[in-house]
Design a protein around this ligand. Structure first.
Ligand SMILES: C[S@@+](CC[C@H](N)C(=O)[O-])C[C@H]1O[C@@H](n2cnc3c(N)ncnc32)[C@H](O)[C@@H]1O
Length: 554
């Protein structure tokens, strides 16, 4: 028992140092903005802070999960009778609290910096550790007291008769009144106090409330990450009625604030549309069938099985809703850039590492990366933000294709699909979980040189600017999945320059890598204006990315 705690403690100590380091750099500017309802970033610096905060939240989750696993193992070995995961979660969270490892520990109304609509969580205690909901078991969290209180967040479970209608309206039953045999509490009327009072105050003040949905086996959100942050809602109505135990309960009607991104929980909304709770009319078999399907495919019909026509290792399908008859404007799918003849791409200088580039100091290609391997052994970027230019091993190198320094040249590795968005035309989403740092795809097209002007190329939505004084990639008539990826002010992938089959730094491969873990069903997006460089010019002025940090305009 003791050694395991020691391991956990050491682990926390190391992570603590790292978090402390991040905090030191973040604290100067993040400060007061915790109080803001919508964390919009107006400058690229703020954008950086938001992504830093994302990392800090992620780090807190990682610390929690490691600790949770360690404690679970400990309980399994020493006290299997006391193994209650929710209690172990609480214990892990409290251990972290003692080490000041919680994120966003100050309660506030509105979104929480570093957490996005649609983010999923495995354990209830995780919500506490990252500051999304500061209650271990109570459904309503709030700030202030009495008539001054305001609800900050609610967790919607099936414990009470909560109902969800049309994906945007929640009928949420207030707190209290349930019998509790263990604590010898009999069923009673709910009282207008604590969380109930806070929700009422929020209604009067029109103050938004964070909503976290929980799949309890009947709400089919996701099996292993049942808690989903569904965004901000307003409490529009409150009535007092007789509940299932014939005692008085408060029923709050909350409506989702418009303009927030989808959290991919619409699967069951269709079923629950007419105001019916899934539990009230769906048979067990139907529920099981629905549960086994992914919410990504539920609403859409597959129109094209593989738009790459076998050119990619993994087929890329095109889906649209049943009623949508939109088709993709024809283009030629390619898995490599088409360089115009006049480029005469320079010769390569490969490495001699027949053993697979295991010694970074000896590999000529890795030396070009400053002697550091750009990728970890799991083929993910070693450091997401570092090195804007990466040299991978090239066709003339002696190393095998499995070499650790060959990642993005192998093409698409995750199941991606093209779908129709509400306001941005076609978009790309993932059907697989994409871990942070993974290669997603290249932006492929016809490569033109710097002397050619926009008017030569003709205005189109698919021109990717390689950088000042460099070339363009035009993916209008020849391209790959990359041409369908939209812009977001809060992106989940980003562009890296990679060289592997020529030496012209003016024409690097534009490779897209995940900057965070991306769950299945999430749209992929990068910042078209990253680092003050316009990769792709918007023809319309308005941005419809729907993120909390959206600038609205281009
Ligand atoms: C490279 S294309 C992306 C794929 C495109 N949506 C399509 O239907 O083929 C770039 C164009 O997509 C649209 N777009 C991408 N991101 C957008 C956003 N956040 N808001 C509005 N339009 C967007 C703009 O018309 C832009 O010029």
């Amino acid at each position: 028992m003791v050694p395991l705690i020691d391991i956990a403690d050491n682990l926390i100590h190391v992570l603590n140092l790292y978090i402390g380091f991040l905090e030191m750099h973040a604290s100067k500017s993040v400060g007061k903005r915790h109080e803001e309802l919508f964390h919009r970033s107006s400058s690229s610096n703020e954008g950086k802070e938001v992504s830093l905060k994302h990392r800090m939240v992620k780090q807190a989750l990682l610390t929690f999960r490691n600790l949770f696993c360690t404690l679970m193992q400990q309980y399994k070995a020493d006290q299997p009778g006391n193994l209650v995961p929710s209690k172990v979660g609480m214990e892990a969270a409290m251990l972290m609290k003692r080490k000041h490892q919680w994120e966003n520990s100050k309660k506030h109304v509105g979104h929480v910096l570093g957490i996005e609509v649609g983010d999923r969580f495995q354990y209830r205690a995780e919500l506490y550790v990252i500051g999304l909901h500061h209650q271990f078991s109570k459904g309503i969290d709030y700030v202030g007291t009495g008539s001054e209180s305001l609800a900050t967040s609610i967790v919607v479970t099936d414990r009470y008769d909560n109902v969800r209608k049309s994906g945007t309206t929640l009928i949420y039953i207030g707190h209290g009144g349930n019998p509790n045999v263990q604590r010898n509490v009999a069923v009673h009327d709910q009282k207008m106090e604590a969380g109930n009072l806070a929700l009422k105050n929020s209604m009067d003040a029109k103050s938004p409330v964070r909503v976290i949905l929980k799949d309890a086996g009947k709400f089919d959100i996701m099996d292993n990450c049942p808690f989903v942050y569904d965004g901000l809602y307003l409490v529009d109505k409150m009535v007092q009625e007789r509940g299932k135990y014939e005692k008085l309960v408060f029923k709050f009607t909350l409506n989702r604030i418009l303009g927030q991104s989808q959290s991919c929980v619409f699967l069951k909304d269709d079923v629950m549309d007419n105001g019916n709770n899934l539990r009230q009319f769906a048979s067990f078999a139907l529920r099981k069938r629905l549960k086994s399907r992914s919410c990504v495919v539920q609403k859409d019909v597959v129109r094209i099985n593989d738009i790459s026509e076998g050119k990619e290792k993994i087929s890329i399908r095109v889906v649209t809703p049943v009623e949508c008859d939109q088709i993709i404007t024809p283009f030629r799918y390619a898995v490599a850039n088409n360089y115009l003849e006049r480029f005469k791409l320079p010769v390569l200088c490969g490495c001699d590492c027949a053993d697979g580039c295991v010694d970074p100091g000896k590999c000529a290609c890795i030396v070009k990366n400053g002697g550091k391997l750009p990728y970890e052994c799991n083929k993910r970027l070693a450091s997401i933000m570092e090195s804007s230019l990466i040299y991978e091993c090239d066709p003339s190198c002696k190393c095998p294709s499995s070499c650790i320094n060959r990642v993005s040249q192998h093409g698409v590795q995750f199941r991606l699909e093209i779908f129709i968005t509400k306001l941005k035309g076609w978009g790309v989403r993932t059907r697989s979980f994409i871990p942070s740092g993974s290669f997603v795809c290249e932006y492929i097209g016809e490569v033109h040189n710097k002397r050619e002007t926009r008017s030569n190329l003709g205005a189109n939505d698919y021109i990717f600017h390689m950088g000042v004084g460099k070339g363009f990639i035009d993916a209008k008539s020849l391209g790959n999945i990359g041409r369908f990826i939209n812009h977001s002010c809060s992106p989940n992938i980003h562009v890296k320059d990679v060289m592997y089959d020529h030496n012209d730094k003016n024409l690097p491969h534009k490779m897209l890598f995940a900057v965070k873990d991306i769950p299945p069903g999430r749209e992929l997006s990068y910042d078209y204006n990253s680092s003050k460089r316009k990769f792709i010019e918007f023809r319309s002025n308005s941005c419809y990315c729907g993120s909390q940090e959206c600038h609205g305009q281009f």
